[in-house]
Design a protein around this ligand. Sequence first.
Ligand code: 13P
Ligand code: SF4
Length: 329
Amino acid sequence: MSIETKLPAGADLRAEIDRLRKERNAVILAHYYQRPELQDLADFVGDSLELSRKAADTNAEVIAFCGVKFMADTAKILSPDKIVVLPDMDAGCSLEDSCPPQKFKAFREAHPDHIALTYINCSTEVKALSDVIVTSSSAETILSQIPKDQPIIFGPDRHLGGYLNRKFGREMLLWPGVCIVHEAFSERELLKLKAQYPSAPVAAHPECPPHIIDHADYVGSTSGILNFAKTMPDALLIVATEPHIIHQMEKALPDKTFVGAPGADGNCNCNICPYMALNTLEKLYTALRDLEPRIEIEEGLRLRAKKSLDRMLEMASGTIGLGDLGRVS
Ligand code: 13P
Ligand code: SF4
């Protein structure tokens, strides 16, 4: 039986989600990589840092998180008194999968003089083993506050870590994880696209490998790419990140054209995040109706993970001094 058939007779799915949102005092948060229909229904659409801030600040009793599990976990870590639901609990992340906590712990123990600067795309256990969390929009601000002589391990995204190393002249030790979505962009296909639109700038997410970043005019987080699109004088932009962000660009900038960078087969469908795509309107409806699947985190683990996330929120807004920086894990 499909989910729709469980709706009250004659009811509309979007109207039912709206009714439940009010009835539950729920806020719907969505990442830019979600399906357009989920972005359009959300109370707030943003990047990983903005969504973390919203989750920490909301007065709602329920957070319905349209994103992937590490994002919903982060919402629960920062807002433990809220009910946090994720429409599909299998919405994981290849970066999180690449970094099992026991292996990460061993890596840390092998480098006792290093602090762990860790990308938010990781499990709660790995956050608990880290000193400072970063997102792609806060990584540069945070890294620039860490003294040059402080040894650092950076995980789990080796491309974001490598990009930061090159940009800041650092030598952070890199965990060997990758995002399967950004890894799939093809340099050969990108060059063909650039030849087709020679004056168009390229905007790339720092999860892309260096052979894509090398062709980018702008490198930044999803919100950074969106801002670049708003401020660039050009009429066409080549976008090297998950293509669902183009929905927000087209809404905000209807007179500009956005072309997704292709994958190896020349078809940019292989750059759709298969984890983000698991969330649907139907699953959001049942999540609000049943308040399941629900994120639960053991309190001791939550408190350990919260330390490194709090550090991120403080350092991202420049409210922590350099002298305050030491290992927390
Ligand atoms: P940002 O939205 O922080 O740029 O992150 C991108 C991403 O890969 C989320 O999974
Ligand atoms: Fe993870 Fe990549 Fe999907 Fe983001 S786009 S959730 S980094 S697999």
